[in-house]
Design a protein around this ligand. Sequence first.
Ligand SMILES: [Zn+2]
Length: 349
Amino acid sequence: MNNHLALSVLVAVTLFVPSLAGAQYYSDYGWYRAPAITPSGPPDIVFPVQGGASFTDDFGDSRSGGRVHEGNDLMAPKMTPVVAARGGRVVFAPTTEPSYGYMLSIAGDDGYEYNYLHINNDTPETDDGNGGPQYAYAPGIASGTQVTQGQHIAWVGDSGNAEATGSHLHFEIRLPDDSAIDPYQYLNAALKRYAYDVAAAKAASPTIDSDKGLVAAPTTVLFCVPGLLIRTPTNQSVYYCGSDGKRYVFPNANTYATWYKDFSTVQTIAPEDMAKIQLGGNVTYRPGVRLVKIQTDPKVYAVDRDGTLRWLPSEALAVKYYGSSWPKSLDDIPDVFFINYKVGDTVTN
Ligand SMILES: [Zn+2]
């Protein structure tokens, strides 16, 4: 970032964003008293730019006038969603664009203050500077809003003097005394935390037992031999016998195919024996094998342990993990089976 940018960012923050801890704080919606929370550990954050961003450790870089850069610049395209690195309360979100651009300040529930600068000020697809708050902040985000970690709060832009340098998010973490700390290591930790690796995901779940974390129930008489695949002569459904003695049904052939090559090891048992075995639930996709989407949701997800879906927010990420022919690895999960899955952290790198 050039010197003008950093200088002006620093001035903006020091002039307009006083310490939040325990302070009366003015916003468009009135005065708040931010709770004085003493941080009890290092910032535990998610990456504030959805899909990641390129950045260097530019904290403390010297700027003109003897100033230093008090955050990290996260380079990303305009209108990339900005998410709350940490949950907390929005304490500053000007609805009239200040000279330093749109920004958000959040008093984190961990005692740190998180600042997001150069938020979008343009009508999408333009550089007109007339976007207004509706293209700066996510719907419902305003001073006073309580946000959760990872919640969409704003869009990346080039407001303020980022107009000259390209769109990016200037991200800051501040202590209760308002001094800035270098966010670099916490941003890197956030990226690692949400890393996804196909081979690792698959290796972590060699069996349905391990995928679901099923453990043996020693006091139960088992009608279902753990690890066995079973069916009845009259019904097409195939079940997996879990370590817990319960049977888990494969909801469709696609799910089955992520775990087994064929049906050669499926054993047929009598319907009355099947009836003695308690149903445990549905088998979900084996992690790291296929990409999935929901029929009524265009997002593409990678699969992690125990039916945890992790959104791949860009095609580049789908290509990275499943190659340029990734659409061939993509299955539709019928909406009725979506209840078997949970949406986890977004994949960011
Ligand atoms: Zn900056």
